[in-house]
Design a protein around this ligand. Structure first.
Ligand SMILES: CNc1ncnc2c1ncn2[C@@H]1O[C@H](COP(=O)(O)O)[C@@H](O)[C@H]1O
Ligand SMILES: [Zn+2]
Length: 348
């Protein structure tokens, strides 16, 4: 990790709603994976982007390929998911929605079903060890893989939603935004919505996706990841903003990810400012804490220092995120109580 956040941000109870499993793998866990697979000749520099370093978004997607080589067995997935959950808990995250793309690997016999089962197993193990965090899972569609795979993924997510007692709560659409078009994925997303899966879609992460964003906002989705180029000041449009506002769709905003991936030129120009000033529901998230060498405490601190947020405003931001989780109201009530219990210690 590049920096350590100040105590206030580490102690702040937090909600993480946008975290890709394989992008969240820490330095320490990569070390263990590398020692399991020395023949791959993978070095740390290939799996993370350090302080002050920038990459193009294309280069970021190369990094995921390297990590996927390191994580290709059930044993790897179990370790990676367990470590990631415990790291978020240690960073003060009380509720986490983890997302990941089910993969099959011919070499190791890994199937998509076993992939999801293994992530669920890690969540259950952490629960039985009483790690202080409520974890839910979003099954991810990689947009690169097209219509049929998207539909298969929805069916898989549906099965697990019914069999895991509420651990699988929704579906994510992610992957390289330059590849594929949302219109081909619409039937799958519609089906997911109809069967009760919540939808979080990566939208307008790069310019030139206006038509796709317009189409997908008609679903409407339950949350949006990034939405970097939705508003008119950056080439989006007022009608896209209006759709976001009318449907009150929360945004998952990831400052370091956007700056290091160079879709946003600097922190002060991050679209957090636009949406936050409007009072639109915005949630600070990490995206890929391993790849971008960050954690959620640092992201909150960055937002506060860049946009001049008081401690009270930061507290409110983390507390309001509870309203946008995909788990049911009973979970929201439990989390709200937790925030009430912690508040007096933090504002003495
Ligand atoms: C940087 N911005 C981003 N934009 C779009 N998709 C992203 C992403 N960051 C991560 N992913 C998606 O998450 C996968 C890695 O985790 P999992 O193997 O699913 O756990 C990537 O392959 C990509 O599909
Ligand atoms: Zn993402």
């Amino acid at each position: 990790m590049d920096n350590e956040a100040d105590a206030f941000y580490r102690e702040l109870p937090k909600v993480e709603l946008h975290a890709h499993l394989n992008g969240s793998v820490s330095f320490q866990t990569i070390e263990k994976l590398i020692s399991r697979k020395p023949h791959l000749n993978i070095e740390h520099g290939m799996t993370a982007i350090g302080k002050g370093q920038l990459r193009t978004l294309d280069e970021c997607f190369q990094v995921f390929k390297v990590i996927h080589q390191l994580v290709d067995t059930e044993e790897d997935i179990l370790m990676v998911a367990t470590d990631v959950i415990k790291e978020f808990a240690a960073d003060g995250v009380k509720y986490l929605e983890l997302r990941s793309t089910p993969r099959e690997e011919e070499n190791t016999g890994l199937t998509k079903k076993r992939y999801v089962e293994t992530v669920i197993k890690a969540i259950q193990q952490c629960k039985s060890e009483e790690v202080d965090i409520d974890v839910r899972f979003l099954v991810a569609i990689d947009r690169r893989n097209g219509t049929e795979v998207a539909m298969e993924t929805v069916k898989l997510a549906e099965e697990f939603m019914l069999s895991t007692d509420g651990l699988v709560v929704g579906l994510d659409l992610s992957g390289d935004p330059k590849v594929g078009h949302g219109k081909d994925l619409l039937p799958a997303l519609q089906r997911a919505k109809n069967c009760g899966l919540k939808l979080s879609l990566h939208l307008s992460e790069i310019p030139s996706q206006l038509e796709e964003s317009d189409l997908l906002l008609n679903l409407p989705p339950d949350r949006i990841g990034h939405g970097t180029f939705l508003h008119p000041e950056v080439g989006g449009s007022q009608s896209l903003v209006d759709k976001m506002v009318q449907n009150n769709i929360p945004l998952e905003l990831c400052l370091t990810s956007n700056v290091k991936g160079q879709t946003v030129s600097c922190y002060s120009k991050h679209h957090f400012k636009y949406w936050y000033q409007m009072g639109h529901p915005s949630v600070i998230c990490t995206d890929d804490k391993g790849v971008f060498s960050t954690d959620l405490s640092q992201e909150y601190q960055l937002a506060a220092s860049t946009f001049g947020l008081s401690r009270e405003a930061v507290w409110k931001l983390s507390q309001q995120a509870i309203d946008y989780i995909f788990a049911p109201d009973t979970v929201k009530q439990q989390l709200k109580q937790k925030w009430i219990d912690i508040q007096p210690q933090m504002f003495k």
